[in-house]
Design a protein around this ligand. Structure first.
Ligand code: UDP
Ligand code: MN
Length: 268
């Protein structure tokens, strides 16, 4: 049985692979002891893949159309769920016994290796509907059996939100009530929107943030780096600061050693 454990992320475009790069770099910066895996679809450019190979232990090309017959058929029945199906491919990484999936639009702020102490399926509540988990950060156990079951489930029931989160919430449908130990603290999937919807809570607990998730239509790579804003640190601009922190990570050299004190500078 496989013993290794890995962080896994995904890109189906060159833009999202910029995100993957930051996920990988931020995990390395904080000294993870686990393997790093990026899943990419075949259309991702060679240049992007090479950049990822610099940071990740494995860059796995996943193509739903090329995989086993069953997967292929499932895909043909629900072509609109292409990206979602690609994400579900993480269950095929059976060279690892346990993994943590991180969306390409996340940024890791400290060492989060303790996530591997959680069991499948552990995730944080979605801020929009907290009885659903957010599928941007989740702990899972690769298994071809589970993979097939989830694909069958998807083919049958579709996705109520058109993405992987809808699929996974109906598949792991007892998450909300069954076992509180599978509820990751919100600080492992802090969505920038929460800063605005509950500012006092962010003021109280924001400095405990461990993983930021740039959920929604505006991704850090859509905006440009603003060094001016990086030097200001008003709370109201925290979301902007996280965006800048993302760019700092994007441009950082892997071997560059940052002073420990600098780590929380932008959002304290
Ligand atoms: N993704 C991708 N290509 C796409 C859309 C999504 O590779 O065109 C992957 C990527 O890893 C991304 C995840 O699927 O982080 C979920 O999508 P996204 O983060 O955009 O959704 P949100 O978190 O905003 O709901
Ligand atoms: Mn996301």
């Amino acid at each position: 049985m496989a013993e290794a454990q890995a962080f896994v992320t995904l890109a189906t475009t060159d833009a999202y692979s910029m995100g993957c790069l930051v996920v990988g770099k931020s995990l390395r910066r904080h000294g993870t002891s686990r393997k790093l895996v990026a899943m990419v679809s075949p259309n991702v450019s060679r240049a992007s893949r090479l950049a990822l190979e610099d940071v990740f232990d494995e860059v796995v090309v996943v193509d739903v159309l090329d995989s086993r017959d069953k997967t292929h058929l499932t895909w043909l029945r629900r072509p609109e769920l292409g990206v979602t199906f690609t994400k579900l491919h993480c269950w095929t990484l059976t060279q690892y016994s346990k993994c943590v999936f991180l969306d390409a639009d996340t940024l890791v702020l400290c060492n989060v290796d303790e996530l591997f102490e959680y069991e499948e399926l552990s995730a944080a509540p979605d801020p929009g509907w907290p009885d659903c988990f957010n599928s941007g950060v989740f702990v899972f156990r690769p298994s071809l059996n589970t993979h097939t079951q989830i694909l069958e489930h998807t083919a049958q029931h579709g996705s109520f939100d058109g993405g992987d989160q809808g699929v996974l919430n109906t598949f792991f449908s007892d998450w909300a009530v069954k076992d509180i130990r599978k509820h990751l603290p919100f600080v492992y999937n802090l969505t920038a929107g929460a800063i605005y919807t509950y500012l006092p809570a962010f003021q109280q607990y924001g400095h405990h943030a461990k993983i930021v998730h740039f959920l929604g239509g505006t991704k850090p790579w859509h905006l440009s780096y603003d060094p001016q804003a990086a030097n200001e640190s008003s709370l109201r601009d925290s979301s902007k600061n996280f965006m800048n922190l993302w760019w700092v990570e994007y441009y950082s050299q892997r071997q560059l050693q940052f002073k420990k004190d600098d780590k929380n500078k932008d959002y304290s």
